[in-house]
Each structure stands twice: as C-alpha cells, then as structure tokens.
Ligand binder design. Structure first.
Ligand SMILES: Nc1nc(=O)c2c([nH]1)NC[C@@H]1CN(c3ccc(C(=O)N[C@@H](CCC(=O)O)C(=O)O)cc3)CN21
Ligand SMILES: O=c1ccn([C@H]2C[C@H](O)[C@@H](COP(=O)(O)O)O2)c(=O)[nH]1
Length: 320
C-alpha cells in the first residue's frame, strides 16, 4: 500500500478507535477527534483513494467551478455533478415560492422513510430541471452564498469604491515573483457573510510554500466528513497544487491536510470498516494538458488520471 493511502486509512481507524461520540447539527451523530494532520507526498502519485472508487469527474468539475468564481450550482448540474444539490434545494423549499409537499427536515427523513424519499426525489428533480432551464429561477435559488469560488475570485472590498480581490491571480503572482513569501494564502471565510451561507465553507484557509523548486500546500479544514467529503477534499487540493505548479513552472511537493472536527458519521461506520478490510492499489498519475497557459482555462478534457485502478464504490447517505 502507498504511504499516501495508509495515511487516510490509519486516520479512519484512529477515529473509530478513539473518537468521542458527539451529536451534531444534522441529527445523525458522529465519532469525532479534534485536530488531525495527514501529509501526502504528491511525487509518490496522485492521492486519490484506491480502496474505494472516488469519482474524479465530480472533483474536477467542482474545482473548475471554484476557479470560475462561481457559486451557482447550474455549472455543476451541467456537468452532471449533484454533490451540492441539497444545500441549494434548501433555499427553495424554505422560500415563499415553494408550494409543493412538505420538505421539512428532508435530509433526516429521506434516508429512513422510503415513501417520503420518493416524493423528495421528485421534488429535487423538479428543482434540478428548473435550475438548468429557467434563468430567473436559477438566479433566485441556485446560489450557495458567500463561500469558496466567490471569495477566491471576487472578494468584496470594504472600501466604498474599492475593487474586488482575485485571490487566485494574486497567489499565482506571488508564487512566480516572490516564492519565499510567507503570506501566500487563499481564504474562504468572510466572518461577516460566510456564516449565513446554507453551508459555511469547510475548507477555510490554505497556504502555499516553495522550496527546492517544489510547490507545497497546506489546508485548514474546520470540519471533515471523513468518509464522503475528505476523500474529495484531498484529491481537490492535490489537483489545485498540481495546477498551480504547472502554471508557475514548479514541481509538486507535499499536500498537508489539517482538519479541525474530524468525524465519521454513525451511519458510515459499516462502510468505513468495509473499506479498511479491502486491499489498496498503486496511486495513479495526473496528466494536465501542457498547452493550457492560464489556470482559468482548464476544461474537463485537460485533466486526466492515468492508470486509476480501484476497488468498487461504497455507497453512503450524505448528512444534510
Ligand atoms: N455531510 C456532508 N458531507 C460532505 O462531505 C459535504 C457536505 N455535507 N456538504 C457540502 C459538500 C458536498 N460534498 C459531497 C457531497 C456528497 C458526496 C457524495 O455523496 N459522494 C459519493 C458519490 C456521489 C455521486 O455519485 O453523486 C461518493 O461515493 O463519494 C461527496 C461530497 C462535500 N460536502
Ligand atoms: O468540502 C467539504 C464540505 C463539507 N464537508 C462536511 C463536513 C461536515 O460533515 C459537513 C458540514 O457540516 P457543519 O455542521 O457545517 O460542519 O460537511 C466536508 O467534509 N468537506
């Protein structure tokens, strides 16, 4: 097994062995430890898990969405990516415009009530179709608030006639022109606006570091759903570091992943145990189209995994 994958699996085991049982906002219940750190050597291979299948297309389209500065889920839906649906759906069902069947607490009810789940899936499909096809509806209900992409690319100025700040362009500029800087930061937490988002940013702050011609990055994630979200977050930041390195003429170094509340939901425990019993494979390599000259110009076809061999997927309900 690669050292990268062992980091993840050992941490999963540690959470099951040592985690405090805690109730949580979603009403699911978690096993949780506070303050964890994993270090992935990106030269060893691309740190996508192989002990379960992780859908890299979803990770690619989500990162391209962040890099566009987009916080409306239409782009994700156009790429058949549904990982943010529930949080935009909440905007609609809690609004005056919604007059369908009662969706209160849909996240808790759907996994345990098959009859309700059927009605919920119908309403969610109606929602998705309207976001895709109705511009006014998309403008009203498709946004997920002041998080990620919006803050990365167009941080609002506090000055009366100040301009917005493009953190990603500034970061690339710093990596190229001032690589010894200790201020290479990308932040996705605006203390005024982010707490009001349907889901306040989880990957809150990242820092970048250049030494020996290699670019490393460290993420501080305030809250990590270790079975569903964290495998996505690892692959997403690894991809971002590769893209930043490609655009600044550097090799890749380490991805350091620091997580605050590191948890396994109660209804993911069996899935984690199954994963721990499985073999792991060699990690794949990442290919980025070398013709792409700006980090904002990558498309889905410019990013590929080479030789991704994995065990099958393991399904689990997402806590809303
Ligand atoms: N509870 C929770 N966990 C998360 O990881 C999470 C949230 N909420 N809210 C916002 C985003 C959305 N993210 C998600 C949401 C769902 C999956 C998920 O269900 N992944 C499945 C495949 C889903 C599919 O095929 O569409 C998986 O097996 O990885 C992953 C990340 C990460 N975030
Ligand atoms: O990128 C992400 C986004 C979300 N999560 C998880 C972490 C938590 O389980 C929930 C968010 O709930 P809070 O109560 O706001 O912490 O979503 C993730 O792991 N990665």
């Amino acid at each position: 097994m690669t050292k990268n994958e062992a980091q993840y699996l050992n941490m999963a085991k540690k959470i099951l062995d040592e985690g405090h049982f805690k109730e949580d906002r979603t009403g699911t219940g978690t096993y949780s430890i506070f303050g964890t750190q994993m270090r992935f050597d990106l030269s060893e291979g691309f740190p996508i898990l192989t002990s379960k299948k992780v859908y890299f297309n979803l990770i690619k389209s989500e990162l391209l969405w962040f890099l566009r500065g987009d916080n409306n889920i239409r782009f994700l839906l156009q790429h058949k990516n549904h990982i943010w649906d529930e949080w935009a759906f909440k905007n609609w069902i809690e609004s005056e415009d919604y007059n369908g069947p009662d969706m209160t607490d849909f996240g808790r009810r759907a996994p345990v009530d098959p009859e309700f789940n059927k009605i919920y899936q119908e309403q969610k499909q109606i929602f998705v179709d309207k976001i895709l096809n109705d511009d006014d509806f998309m403008e009203k209900f498709g946004y997920i608030g002041e998080v990620y992409g919006k803050l990365w690319r167009t941080w609002a100025s506090v000055l009366p006639d100040g301009d917005t700040t493009d953190q990603v362009s500034n970061l690339i500029d710093q990596i190229k022109n001032n690589p010894n800087s200790r201020r290479m930061i990308l932040t996705a937490w605006n203390a005024e606006t982010t707490p009001q988002a349907p889901l306040p940013s989880c990957h809150v702050l990242s820092q970048y570091y250049v030494a020996d011609g290699k670019l490393s990055g460290q993420l501080y994630q305030r809250s990590g759903d270790f079975f569903l979200g964290v495998p996505f977050n690892i692959a997403s930041y690894a991809l971002l570091i590769h893209m930043l390195a490609a655009q600044t003429g550097l090799e890749v170094g380490d991805f350091v992943h620091t997580i605050g509340d590191t948890h396994i939901y109660k209804n993911h425990v069996d899935q984690v145990k199954e994963q721990l019993d499985r073999p792991a494979h060699k990690q794949p390599k990442l290919w980025l189209n070398p013709e792409v000259k700006s980090i904002f110009d990558y498309t889905m076809d410019d990013i590929k995994l080479i030789d991704y061999v994995s065990e099958g997927p393991i399904k689990a309900p997402v806590a809303v």
